[in-house]
Write a protein that binds this ligand. Structure first.
Ligand code: GLN
Ligand code: ZN
Length: 729
């Protein structure tokens, strides 16, 4: 039995040490030995911290260099065929397949990277395994050697692996076969692996994570069979998170599994299926948000569960999703008293476990905020589309107007200027002057290219959410709150802690500066309410719907100020609207009601003559076309080129009647598309969507690209629009 632990551990390091080592290794400035040592040291430090706090079981990923799903592909030797020619690494501390592993994650000049996608409804991204009916799973020994080393050092080690059901459910079938046909063979491979782990010194339990079991996934008979087999080979703990564990517990009880980890934060269920035969690690400390736990409440829940069977304490999910520690964060004391990052959460787990064991009491959370706000009563409807269309005719746009999504390259000079400003090496005025010069350049280049609707290029924005969070009341932008997003990439989600409001205009002067330089319309550019929430840590003392409305009202004021300043077109980006979609269908309608409602609240205050745009990306929107229609934006740009314009059929089928710009240039790679390619994509669009509704634009913003490829590609895009216009008449 385990009494205190966390569900799983982050690997990037409190000061992003692994990020730096990885990037150094990739650009040849860090040796293999140093990279391996860094990973081991970070791992050991984390275990030491868990030991010191009083935990009695220590999750380990082994040495994990990029992503846990990719780790499994390495362990079972199923990295894609196309990386197999890359030579093995000499024995210098890193796994022999490390260069194939990195090639799968990041691509090389010769081979394409595997797809990367969001891990459930979080902002972490995993590498999608590519499997087929011919896949053969072998068991790699280096991983085992790693665990052995760590186990000798630290008894109580608990290897954590993604379980076979979730692994297959998240993999891509490259030959269209049902990957669950592989389950019996994969189960055998897991059996071999975990029986070796079970025999490893220092290892008492092996944890298999099966978060897929909280979604609508329903092949529970397979789950039962698999775990009946696996439980013969090791003391297993099965973890679910991000949703209710009850169905998983129901399927797995009596299979021989020794214990469960259940997320009791996302879904505070009483787990009626839990009989007490297996032990329960109750995830009462939130692993993915930053608020302190109400220890008094949590202990009450733990005690009521403990009356039914053996109970220990854990976090609701891996601590991968929150920053390491409050220690290095500059905060006002009131906000600090409400927060718990990773280190503080570990302490909470230990405190709860001790109180549970000793029967002592814990104080209730006293920092309750006065959450009294309600949903906004401002209007959410614009006048009918026809009237708006007429009022917008004098924009004087050609058929198939061309535009971009907002950002232009964030050059090293722009980043340097921002770093200098943060360090106080240049004045705010000097910084502004640099940004204005950049805007001037961006406008001139767009004019030369012949684009129809221009943008100012967003040089002043470090990040599309952080930029606004720094200017809104109720938001704290952290200084060191890094969280791994994927591989070596980390983000610093701001903390939305209070009532949100806008003390002053946020973007108007940049818009004005750009519009002054051109006769073409310049788009005002904002981040929508849903995306502002999706990429922040959000207060949990009131419904998200209420918080979203507060952000929307602030944006509404900004939009009206942009309109007053002369903006005729205003874009409100919602790239993340798909990502907050609940994991279970039964919860979709409620989410979409407030998500769409907040967008409409933000945008409904404008005149008929003001054209509202929105932008979405990161995922196929086919299933969300009705949602896009509900947003009622005059024009929506959608990522489309990357998935071969898959969205067109859905647009056609839905009778889409609003303006739409399916992306015709995949901006995720530096490759400049050929004229033929873009012409073909534009033709496909023209053939599926009423040309009167069509816009021509790239898939997404251009901040990560370089100028030469941007100018060359946009030239192709503008020419494609001209070619298509000529064909229309
Ligand atoms: N306007 C933003 C940009 O161009 C949109 C980014 C996004 O969709 N993620 O960068
Ligand atoms: Zn985008």
């Amino acid at each position: 039995m385990i009494s205190a632990t966390v569900t799983s551990v982050p690997r990037i390091g409190p000061n992003r040490e692994l990020k730096k080592a990885l990037e150094g290794y990739w650009n040849d400035s860090t040796s293999a030995r140093e990279l391996a040592t860094t990973a081991t040291r970070l791992h050991n430090q984390y275990t030491d911290a868990l030991v010191a706090a009083g935990c009695d079981s220590f999750p380990t990923l082994g040495r994990s260099y990029y992503d846990q799903i990719l780790d499994l592909c390495s362990i079972f030797d199923v990295l894609p065929e196309r990386v197999q020619n890359i030579p093995s690494h000499p024995n210098d501390g890193l796994p022999a397949d490390i260069d194939r592993y990195f090639a799968t994650a990041r691509g090389t000049a010769e081979v394409a990277a595997s797809a990367m996608t969001k891990w459930f409804d979080t902002n972490y991204h995993y590498i999608v395994p590519e499997l087929s009916r011919d896949t053969v799973f072998k068991v790699g020994y280096e991983y085992l050697a790693d665990i052995r080393e760590q186990g000798v050092r630290n008894p109580g080690l608990r290897p954590v692996l993604i379980g076979p059901v979730t692994f297959l459910a998240l993999s891509k079938s490259i030959d269209g076969s049902d990957l669950f046909d592989l389950l019996p063979e994969l189960t055998q491979a897991y059996a071999r692996l975990i029986s070796r782990l079970a025999r490893t010194e220092g290892v008492d339990y092996v944890q298999l994570d099966e978060p897929i079991l909280v979604t609508d996934f329903d092949r529970f008979n397979l789950v039962r069979e698999t775990y009946t087999t696996l439980a013969e080979h090791a003391n297993l703990v099965v973890a679910t998170y991000f949703g209710c564990a009850n169905r998983a517990i129901e399927a797995l009880s009596g299979t021989g599994v020794k214990g469960f980890i259940a997320d009791l934060v996302t879904s505070p269920s009483e787990l009626p299926a839990w009989t007490g035969e297996e032990f329960l690690l109750a995830g009462v400390v939130d692993g993915r948000n930053v608020w302190r736990t109400d220890l008094h409440q949590a202990l009450k829940l733990l005690r009521s569960l403990a009356a039914r069977g053996p109970v220990g304490v854990s976090t609701s999910c891996s601590l991968l999703h929150v920053p390491y520690s409050l220690e290095n964060e500059q905060l006002d004391e009131h906000l600090r008293s409400r927060l718990a990052f990773g280190a503080e959460k570990i302490a909470e787990v230990a405190t709860l476990a001790q109180a549970l064991k000793e029967g002592t009491d814990l104080p209730a959370l006293e920092t309750a905020t006065d959450a009294t706000a309600t949903r906004s009563t401002l209007g959410r409807n614009r006048t009918p589309l026809e009237r708006r269309r007429q009022a917008q005719e004098d924009l004087g746009l050609p058929p198939l107007p061309t535009t971009t999504i907002g950002s232009f390259p964030q050059t090293p000079e722009i980043r340097r200027a921002r770093a200098q400003l943060v360090r106080g090496e240049i004045t705010a005025d000097a910084y502004d002057a640099r940004m204005l010069a950049e805007i001037e350049d961006v406008i001139a280049r767009q004019e030369a290219l012949g684009l129809d609707v221009l943008v100012h290029g967003e040089p002043e924005r470090n990040d599309m959410v952080q930029y606004f969070s720094e200017q809104l009341e109720g938001y704290h932008a952290t200084s060191n709150g890094w969280v791994q997003s994927y591989g070596s990439r980390c983000v610093r989600p701001p903390i939305l802690f209070g009532d949100v409001s806008r003390p002053a205009p946020m973007t108007v002067r940049w818009y004005e500066a750009a519009q002054k330089l051109t006769d073409k319309p310049v788009k005002g550019m904002l981040t929508g309410p849903v995306t502002m929430l999706a990429w922040s840590f959000v207060r949990n003392d009131q419904p998200l719907a209420v918080t979203a409305d507060q952000v929307a009202e602030a944006l509404r004021e900004e939009i009206l100020d942009l309109e007053k300043a002369g903006a005729r077109i205003i874009q409100v980006d919602e790239p993340a609207i798909r990502e907050l979609l609940p994991l279970r269908k039964q919860d979709h309608a409620e989410y979409l009601e407030w998500a769409v409602g907040s967008f409409r609240l933000a945008t409904a205050g404008v005149k008929d003559s003001t054209q509202i745009h929105t932008h979405m990306c990161y995922s196929s929107f086919n299933e969300l076309i009705d949602t896009v229609i509900d947003l009622d934006a005059d024009v929506t740009s959608i990522e489309a080129a990357r998935n071969g314009m898959g969205v067109l059929a859905a647009l056609k089928q839905s009778g889409f009647h609003l303006g739409v710009g399916p992306g015709v240039w995949d901006i995720h790679s530096p490759r400049v598309p050929s004229q033929q390619e873009v012409d073909d994509l534009v033709s496909a669009a023209v053939n599926n969507v009423d040309p009167a509704l069509l816009w021509i634009n790239p898939d997404c913003g251009l901040k990560t690209r370089k100028w030469p490829e941007v100018e060359a590609s946009l030239k192709v895009l503008v020419t494609a629009a001209r070619n298509a216009r000529a064909a229309l008449v």
